[in-house]
Design a protein around this ligand. Structure first.
Ligand SMILES: *Cc1c(COP(=O)(O)O)cnc(C)c1O
Length: 356
């Protein structure tokens, strides 16, 4: 069987070596030695200003919304994983969906201004598949209307835009370190921000507001990453260059061998160093997608409809009629892409798609 993705497992000896340190330290969580080391190594590897690793990739979104969105309207994309919209609703804010760009699949920045009202407090946009949003225009709109910008950059580990980490944009960017993501800690994630004051605020928010054992700095929740998670992170991080290189070679093979007469690829924004996190293909219509998906599944190959349906169709939100997102969500299929996917397997996948 060929799944859409497989978790990267570092050699078990690497993980055991990290676990041994935890046993020696007798310290399992709360800003432990491995946590601090992972934070430092992430700063260096990614070239970011500030990072707070957390329990998962959803809590940093919720924490940023709690701090910035204040139960107001949040302008967001309908084309993302459900966590993006669910976090808005969970924080008692109202998602206001703005349609997506038909080629980049990120929020259509030219339609944002029309969606702003007096109640708008923030923009939560996803760099979907690691493809950057139109950062410059979103930034200038946010300045003009005094809005906060949160980027759900869950797919973006290692992505650079204009020569620097994509996490260095927005008031806050978040990433997921879930087992299915490029870099992982089993479950995990991180919040990235640009200045020390924001970092301090977000640090309090993610650890109960503790300011020493007997004082509190505002409301907080528990989003702390444990030493066990950090141990996995420290074991996976040294393999990132290898992981990205192997994924690139898989993407190159698809690029060269798929028949694109009835398919199209994601268009990457200019000045992007991509991380090969996903390989989405866009069909001309849903019927052709379903046919190919059925053929692949009959051969025990399991692509995924990331991201279907369009988030506007969730039962707990109001739709804003984003026709492009709705249409494209029904036509996008992500092909198998993981370290260890064999060329012979890829050959089968390509043959089955091209023979439609
Ligand atoms: C995976 C993902 C998340 C959630 O991350 P978790 O670590 O699973 O909580 C949020 N947004 C997007 C776009 C994702 O793909």
């Amino acid at each position: 069987m060929i799944p859409v993705t497989k978790t990267f497992f570092p050699p078990i000896e690497d993980y055991q070596k990290q676990l041994k340190r935890i046993w020696e330290n007798q310290w399992l969580t709360n800003n432990g030695e491995l946590y601090k080391e992972l934070s430092k190594k992430l700063l260096k590897y990614l070239g970011v200003n500030h990072v707070i690793p957390m329990t998962n990739g959803t809590l940093p979104i919720q924490i940023a919304l709690k701090e910035y969105a204040k139960e107001g309207e949040v302008i967001t994309t309908p084309f993302s994983y459900v966590a993006t919209t669910a976090s808005i609703v969970w924080e008692i804010c109202t998602p206001v969906f703005v349609d997506i760009h038909p080629e980049y699949l990120t929020i259509d920045e030219t339609k944002i201004e029309a969606a702003i009202t007096k109640r708008t407090t923030a923009i939560l946009a996803t760099h979907v598949y690691g493809n950057p949003c139109h950062i410059e225009l979103i930034n200038s709109i946010a300045k003009k209307y005094d809005l906060k910008v949160i980027y759900d950059a869950a797919h973006c580990f290692g992505v650079k835009y204009k020569g620097q980490s994509i996490f260095n944009f927005g008031d806050v960017s978040t990433c997921s370190f879930h087992a299915t993501k490029l870099f992982h800690t089993g479950e995990g994630g991180a919040l990235f921000c640009q200045d020390l004051i924001t970092r301090q605020t977000m640090w309090y928010r993610h650890s109960f507001g503790h300011n020493g054992p007997e004082h509190y700095h505002g409301l907080g929740i528990n989003a702390k990453m444990s030493e066990l998670q950090a141990a996995m992170g420290l074991s996976v991080l040294p393999y990132m260059e290898q992981i990205i290189a192997e994924r690139k070679s898989i993407c190159d093979y698809y690029d060269q061998h798929l028949d694109f007469s009835n398919l199209r690829k994601l268009k990457l924004r200019a000045s992007t160093d991509w991380n090969y996190a996903y390989y989405p293909v866009i069909f001309n219509d849903e019927a052709s997608l379903l046919k190919v998906k059925f053929n692949l599944e009959s051969n025990k190959i399991y692509p995924r409809r990331y991201f279907y349906p369009s988030l506007e169709e969730l039962p707990y939100v109001n739709s804003n009629n984003c026709d492009i997102a709705k249409k494209l969500a029904s036509r996008v299929l992500c092909l198998p892409l993981y370290v260890g996917l064999q060329k012979s397997e890829q050959k089968d996948i390509v043959r089955l798609i091209n023979n439609k």
